[in-house]
Design a protein around this ligand. Structure first.
Ligand SMILES: Cc1cc2nc3c(=O)[nH]c(=O)nc-3n(C[C@H](O)[C@H](O)[C@H](O)COP(=O)(O)OP(=O)(O)OC[C@H]3O[C@@H](n4cnc5c(N)ncnc54)[C@H](O)[C@@H]3O)c2cc1C
Length: 579
């Protein structure tokens, strides 16, 4: 029987390679014993990792045998907005969500006391990838488990007790209601109003647009609770429930993800519960929610690319032109090899980013809930917290940017490999391309991810992380040489960083993409070297990736060091007049 975990050599390889035992140990607080420990808690790291493997195999089964067969009909059917303001999902979405709930997969990262599986984010990332390979639009509901995670991290215990077990069972689904007509990339401009009535009950008034699953049961809503403060400090986060005062006014018609309802919402004095503290809505809670969601979208991008690549790979093998399979034609072979390596490169980066988020979040949890009494241990943990925060501040947006751009490229190339057939609706690659195209827009566009990542690249996080990766010695002669290339590459990036800093912030934003690409090449090159130590095929992957990557890095740094500012200085002349 098909299984999207069992048939994916690279996910299974990374599952073994990425030391999940260490992750399980921090996730499970070192496997304590005693009467307070939940009966389903793993005994030790081996037991925990076996459990993750088993869970991923169940996801792989549901993805391949329940969700994937519906993907085509879900795309055609879409969703329906009813006269009473409710939304009916396609039959396939309903069936798939039911199957995920029945398999206990809707509380992936929640603690066991709320009915969750207490999995690390990395395991959830792998699951999202497999679900997205089956149907990217279903991932938009499965992947919204960050809503429950945010409630778990920041809401008071009565809210957690009321909602979290129902999220885990699949009874409730949620939405993240941030965007408004005048507040897209710039969420500091959110204007939806939150006010308290005479009983002290919070109420929400205003409009949100482009809200994925806005027809869901629980909407985490960013609203202005302090009207006198016009920036992010005036915003708080609220939990609002679907009801007569919260209406879906319209369902967006869009290029892809037809199974995922994108809603415009009207709030009319909707009663709401404050999450955590006032004024921390954007600056703390939404930032945390979005960081998780960015890794989720990066995983969605991987899943779509995997699906598209597989169609192209098979087609190139069976399609004959000029008397041979087209996979034997150099141009097609080159495209397929690039697609596969780009996909594995993005996966290496996304999984590493996800793993470091796990370390950061678990450390933070311990510091907040059970800080060490030993002063040295407390100091060590606090210092680690700072290091991981800085590293993830760079890696998370870098991974989201890199994976989503890769996904669009790979889906586009997959369609090209199929020629005219790719443009027809007889094959799923046109859907994959339509679905991939949103991943570099929502949860922050690629440009915004670059703005965030380049601050880390230029602010020391890249240099420290690269140094750490460079400290690994390779006895193998080839790997040693590849590493020397990466060390030289890093030096070139450092030259670029120094130059950019002398030029100012505008120049950093102008060349942000080139800097982030170059930094990602160096980091991924090192990830591939480590993989290559354990796997012969990965040596070839690493060799080609590093060879091509260093060429582009050199070209990008040459352009950056040239001081060319024509895009800004000659904008009017080159971009032309508006009609
Ligand atoms: C299908 C779909 C589902 C969505 N789901 C949700 C959801 O569930 N919840 C939610 O709250 N929102 C959701 N969104 C909204 C989404 O997050 C925003 O569309 C996105 O953040 C971009 O905002 P915008 O569309 O207003 O574009 P704008 O902010 O107007 O950006 C337009 C262009 O300007 C660029 N730009 C803007 N600012 C900068 C900058 N500082 N530096 C460089 N370039 C910049 C952008 O990169 C982009 O190219 C969804 C959107 C879509 C299309």
């Amino acid at each position: 029987m098909a299984n999207f975990f069992d048939d994916n050599e690279d996910i299974r390889f990374l599952f073994e390679h990425l030391d999940l035992r260490a992750l399980a140990t921090v996730q499970e607080d070192g496997f304590p014993t005693g009467p307070d420990v939940h009966e389903e808690s793993p005994r030790d790291a081996e037991d925990a990792v076996d459990n993750y493997r088993r869970i991923l195999s169940i996801v792989g089964d549901v993805a391949a045998n329940t969700i994937a067969p519906f993907a085509e009909s879900v795309d055609h059917e879409g969703n329906r907005l009813n006269e009473d303001g409710t939304v009916t999902l396609s039959r396939g979405m309903q069936e798939s969500l039911r199957a995920l709930g029945q398999a206990d997969l809707m509380g992936f990262t929640l603690p066991r006391r709320y009915g969750g599986l207490n999995c690390p984010n990395l395991v959830y990332t792998m699951a999202i990838e497999m679900i997205s390979r089956a149907d990217a639009s279903l991932m938009n509901i499965f992947g919204l488990q960050g809503i429950a995670e945010t409630i778990n991290a920041f809401a008071d215990s009565s809210i957690k007790d009321e909602y979290l077990p129902r999220f885990s069972s699949g009874e409730l689904t949620g939405a993240m209601a941030l965007t408004e007509p005048d507040a897209g990339s710039d969420l500091q401009a959110v204007g939806l109003r939150a006010w308290q009535d005479t009983d002290g009950q919070w109420r929400l008034n205003g409009v949100k647009r482009f809200i994925t699953n806005g027809c869901g049961d629980v909407l985490l809503t960013l609203a202005r609770s302090e009207p006198e403060l016009k920036d992010g400090r005036g915003l708080s986060l609220f939990l609002a429930e679907r009801g007569p005062r919260l209406k879906v006014r319209r369902l967006e018609k869009k290029l892809g993800l037809h199974g995922s309802p994108t809603c415009e919402l009207v709030y009319e004095d909707v009663p709401a519960k404050l999450i955590g503290e006032r004024q921390l809505g954007l600056i703390r809670y939404v930032l945390s929610l979005m960081n998780g969601a960015r890794i989720g979208v990066a995983a969605q991008a991987l899943g779509i690319a995997e699906a598209a690549y597989r169609v192209a790979r098979k087609y190139a093998h069976t399609r004959k032109q000029f008397g041979v399979s087209i996979e034997r034609l150099p141009a097609v072979a080159d495209m397929l090899v690039d697609m596969r390596i780009s996909l594995e490169a993005a996966r290496a980066l996304v999984y590493e980013a996800s793993r470091y988020c796990d370390f950061e979040m678990n450390n933070q949890r311990v510091l907040e809930t059970n800080p060490p009494t030993d002063a040295d241990e407390l100091k060590r943990r606090k210092s680690e917290a700072r290091v991981w925060k800085r590293l993830n501040g760079m890696l998370t947006p870098m991974a989201k940017y890199y994976a989503s751009e890769m996904s669009v490229r790979v889906a586009n190339d997959a369609l090209q490999v199929l020629g005219g057939s790719g443009y027809m609706m007889d094959y799923p690659v046109e859907r994959h391309l339509r679905d991939a195209r949103i991943t570099n827009i929502y949860e922050g566009t690629s440009q915004l991810q670059i703005v965030a990542a380049v601050r880390g690249v230029c602010g020391g996080a890249f240099e420290r992380f690269a140094e750490e990766l460079e400290s690994r010695e390779y006895l193998d002669k080839d790997l040693h040489e590849f590493k020397a290339g990466l060390v030289e590459g890093r030096a070139r990036v450092m030259e670029g960083i120094t130059f950019v800093k002398e030029q100012g912030t505008d120049y950093m934003d102008l060349y942000g993409r080139k800097l982030v690409d170059a930094a990602a090449t160096v980091l991924i090159g090192h990830f591939f070297l480590r993989q290559a130590e354990r796997n012969e095929r990965k040596r070839l992957v690493a060799a080609r990736y590093i060879r091509c990557g260093l060429q582009s890095l050199q070209a990008d740094m040459n352009m950056l060091l040239s001081g060319d500012r024509s895009a800004m200085q000659e904008f009017e002349t080159i971009a032309g007049e508006i009609d």
